[in-house]
Design a protein around this ligand. Sequence first.
Ligand code: GRF
Length: 224
Amino acid sequence: MIRIAVLASGGGTNLQALLDACAAGGIDGRVAVVLSNVPGAGALARAERAGVPTEVVPSKGVTDRAAHDAAMLERLARHGPDLVCLAGYMRLLTPGFLRAFGPSATSRGCPRVMNIHPGLLPSFPGIHAQRQALAYGARFAGCTVHFVDEGTDTGPIVAQAVVPVLDDDSEEALAARILAEEHRLYPKAVGWFAAGRLSLDGRRVCVEGARGPELAALRAPWDE
Ligand code: GRF
């Protein structure tokens, strides 16, 4: 059973999906700590409700990113996590932090920091991915679980889910459609990591034993 640290800045619905999947046995692991850079973040309340220890390392006004991340590492070390999951954590991590959670003896070459991004990478990295997809006129949007490297949403892709963009979509409607998929996709990807099924070949992530559906094309818009 792996120990998971979740880093969150906001409401924590993805954290909740991970907590629920651990409780239901979908992930062979448990959330050992929730760390936030935002005092009072909804994610902290969710952790407390689930009986999970919390840590807060405020980032407001902090300019020394290396010192901030070093403080986070020190707090996380108390909980001995095997994997760090970013779930709406709105800051870039420093190289020093990422080195501390580089590949381990058992991670089959995979780094040990994962993120969920509400866009189909490599399109629309960074903030407001849903707004970017809508403004661009993309017909499909979605979400991506990826390992984290030093870039913004540039690390190796573990899994993606696709949703259509509808002609009358608002940013909120599209974001809600994507979020529902995030809640399905992230626990699945973390479950694969926990089961030791992920390995890294260059920047391609392999999922051991994954069977694909019949290859099918998705098309949008549909026209009967
Ligand atoms: C999600 O859309 C996630 O993909 C993005 O920030 C949002 C966080 O939502 N990085 P929540 O805090 O998990 O509810």
